[in-house]
Design a protein around this ligand. Structure first.
Ligand SMILES: [Fe+2]
Length: 210
């Protein structure tokens, strides 16, 4: 057994006694990698900021429930990874991706940006304003995410809604067998009305295997 595994077990044991708070954190379980899927943008759209609810020049904001997604990009020791670029992409409220090969393009919501990117602050915190993901045929609701760290690599994963009944039938979600790894990709949706009326909010840390 490796030293780091030993330590992980020790920390897990301590957690049971309430002794392992954030200050005593051991190695964190990394965010599991997932397939990129077929709908990563072919070309990055002109408007690719962190606010997917508004497209520059569009008459209306996106349809759907606003979700404020934020968290930290950290290494396995919880240290912020400042040089990371965080990207997300997802389908609109009708289940349509902004992608030339995605079905039902004629139904696409012109107000939804579909893709956004951001650089975390010095504390590693990233933020997006987007929609609560919706299902489309064959998939449970999810948000695609990628974290690029120059010289290190690219983590590609997907974020899911905690408690969503479709998760248990979704082959990609089910492929993450380790409960601790599953926990990394689950979004616990909470009332976000303190940020914006009728919005949801969630925090997901992206843990790089560094
Ligand atoms: Fe997808």
């Amino acid at each position: 057994m490796s030293a780091s595994l030993d330590r992980r077990r020790l920390v897990a044991g301590l957690a049971g006694f309430g002794l392992a708070g954030p200050a005593a954190a051991g190695p964190l379980v990394p965010t599991p990698g997932q397939t990129e899927g077929p709908f990563y943008p072919v070309t990055i759209p002109a408007d690719h900021d962190h606010d997917l609810m508004r497209v520059e020049g569009a008459a209306a904001r996106a349809m759907g429930t606003v979700l404020h997604l934020e968290g930290r990009v950290v290494d396995r020791w919880g240290r912020p990874v400042r040089e990371a670029l965080v990207e997300i992409w997802q389908c609109d409220a009708h289940g349509v991706y902004r992608h030339p090969r995605a079905p039902l393009q004629e139904m696409a919501d012109p107000g939804f940006q579909g893709y956004g990117r951001t650089l975390p602050g010095p504390d590693g915190v990233y933020r997006f304003r987007t929609i609560r993901p919706v299902p489309y045929p064959g998939r449970t609701p999810h948000i695609h995410v990628a974290v690029v760290v120059p010289g290190t690599g690219r983590l590609v994963s997907q974020l899911y809604v905690e408690g969503e009944p479709l998760n248990e039938r979704d082959p990609l979600f089910r492929a993450i067998r380790d409960p601790a790894a599953r926990e990394r990709v689950l979004m616990r949706l909470e009332d976000g009305s303190a940020i914006e009326p009728e919005a949801l909010a969630t925090r997901v840390d992206l843990v790089l295997d560094l």
